[in-house]
Design a protein around this ligand. Structure first.
Ligand SMILES: Nc1ncnc2c1ncn2[C@@H]1O[C@H](COP(=O)(O)OP(=O)(O)OP(=O)(O)O)[C@@H](O)[C@H]1O
Ligand SMILES: [Mg+2]
Length: 261
């Protein structure tokens, strides 16, 4: 399989009131084209910062990020805006415009590109159908469930026809049943459109359900990576061990009636 995202020795330190805070401390990572790759880590490990560096919202201090062979860190702001079209982003808190309809939320990336009205209309309807929202286009986010809101977020991420989708805790605010539906939708999109998905989460069960390979981010470094089954069976990092311990404890709990994931 072809390497699609290649990150090498990536570092990022934030300057804060209390001094400098190293957040990414030499991240190395390779994601293949067309795979759903999981990144797990505790809160504060640097997951969102890493995601923001990949899609150019954050500028790393040093290191390399190649997406489809192109060095993202070397792009100008204008080039970055172009490049970002290839990368869709989905967030935990949905980031929707409450005063805009579902239609306008989904259309937004094309509106700011001044795309023609007829093209926008066609594409909004196409992605709305893909995510199962065709009958909600005139609703406002306030009238939607969490799962429906995330479908809007996913549709908006897809409308620019990205090659890669970064899902930053996309299911963390959802109940287990809705989580499953959204994970199924992401897999469906991955299979139908061949989009590479970087699934960032602190839910190990979501990674087990969706990914073949994964990496563990601890204190700003990828501390282990490999097939999901290997890390489950034999975690080598403190983070990997803790996550799997909690996971198996829940699995073995006699009061747990087999949640299915
Ligand atoms: N713009 C910023 N300025 C200063 N510090 C920041 C900034 N963005 C993130 N940080 C800090 O960097 C660290 C990593 O943050 P990040 O959001 O990447 O973690 P995360 O792994 O996504 O955590 P979570 O699971 O809670 O989302 C945190 O200590 C955070 O406070
Ligand atoms: Mg985060």
């Amino acid at each position: 399989m072809e390497e699609y995202i290649k990150i090498q020795d990536l570092t990022k330190t934030f300057q804060t009131k209390n001094g400098s805070l190293p957040v990414l401390r030499g991240v190395d990572l390779s994601v293949n084209q067309g795979e759903i790759f999981g990144i797990i880590g505790f809160s504060g490990a640097g997951k969102s910062t890493l995601a923001r560096c990949v899609n150019g919202l954050e500028k790393p201090d040093a290191g390399s990020i190649k997406v489809a062979g192109e060095e993202v860190t070397a792009l100008s702001k204008k080039q970055m805006r172009q490049e970002r079209r290839h990368i869709g982003m989905v967030f935990q808190n949905f980031n929707l415009f409450e005063a805009k309809t579902v239609y306008e939320n989904i259309a937004y990336p094309l509106r700011i590109r001044h795309e023609k009205r007829a093209i926008i209309d066609e594409k909004v309807k196409e992605v709305a159908q893909l995510v199962g929202l065709s009958d909600k286009l005139s609703s406002y986010p306030g009238g939607l469930s969490g799962g429906q809101k995330q479908r809007v977020g996913i549709a908006r991420a897809l409308i620019g026809e990205p090659d890669v989708l970064i899902s930053d805790e996309a299911t963390s605010a959802l109940d287990p049943q809705t989580t499953l539906q959204i994970l199924d939708l992401l897999r469906d999109i991955n299979e139908k459109k061949g989009i590479t998905i970087l699934m960032i989460t602190h839910e190990l069960d979501a990674i087990k359900y969706s990914c073949d390979r994964m990496a563990v981010l601890e204190d700003g470094k990828i501390i282990e990576e490999g097939p999901v089954v290997d890390i489950f069976q034999n975690p080598h990092s403190r983070t990997g061990e803790l996550f799997t311990k909690v996971f198996f404890r829940f699995q073995n709990d006699e009061f747990q009636s087999g949640a299915g994931i």
